[in-house]
Write a protein that binds this ligand. Structure first.
Ligand code: CA
Length: 225
């Protein structure tokens, strides 16, 4: 299930979009304020963000700028009519698209589908994930640390890939469990800890390097040093 965050201070609009996207099968979270939205993006992975420009406190452009410092998640700006400057600034700052309020929900859904498809296509073409001395070749399903090949099981590889694709974002155990093991897995979040230990024993300990960081009581993150 694709996860979408809407950052929008107009509560009625935010709730309407949340409901409609829910009907379409997206999992939606909402934030009514820029800082709150930014905190959510740092705390969990989203597949797409709908971001209002005119927000109280931290405005949308500033939120966008800060998200782009650590994430390339697709972002669609929600703009008021006649704010050409904001649109241009938004696209220059790294927004993927914008839609002018008031919009028809069908149009918003179409824009979302396009942005998500683009993202999937990009993922398909960038075959190498890299952080420091750790390299993942997605096509060959090869992992190397400092050019030494590492032998990983499928689950270990999937887990590492997911962490690398969400670099610098803390992934909760529950999220990792759902994404790697699926909804039906009955084993509990313990499985995640066990596989993180397996990974560390293979990619960190033999080399005296650290890629995976534990966030106590929350989950795990791979950081760019
Ligand atoms: Ca607003």
């Amino acid at each position: 299930m694709e996860r979408i965050l809407i950052i929008e201070d107009e509560e009625k609009l935010a709730r309407f979009v949340e409901l409609e996207l829910g009907y379409e099968g997206y999992k939606v979270e909402k934030a009514l304020e820029g800082r709150e939205g930014l905190a959510l993006v740092k705390a969990q992975p989203f597949d797409l963000i709908l971001l209002d420009i005119m927000l109280p406190g931290l405005n949308g452009i500033e939120v966008l700028r800060r998200i782009r410092q650590f994430s390339d998640v697709p972002i669609i700006l929600l703009t008021a009519r006649d704010t050409v400057v904001d649109k241009v600034t938004g696209l220059d700052t790294g927004a993927d698209d914008y839609i002018t309020k008031p919009f028809a929900i069908e149009e918003l859904l179409a824009r979302i589908r396009v942005a998500l498809r683009k993202k999937r296509e990009q993922k398909g073409t960038s075959q190498i994930l890299e952080t420091g001395k750790l390299k993942l070749d997605l096509q060959a399903r090869e992992v190397r640390v400092d050019s030494h090949p590492i032998d990983l099981t499928k689950k270990e590889f999937d887990l590492l890939q997911h962490l690398m694709e969400n670099k610098n974002i803390v992934l909760r155990r529950e999220v990792l469990l759902e994404r790697i093991w699926g909804y039906d897995f009955g084993g509990g979040t313990n499985a995640v800890d066990v596989y993180i230990r397996y990974l560390r024993a293979k990619i960190e300990e033999p080399f005296g390097l650290k890629f995976i960081h534990t966030v106590r009581g929350v989950g795990y993150v791979i950081k760019d040093e």
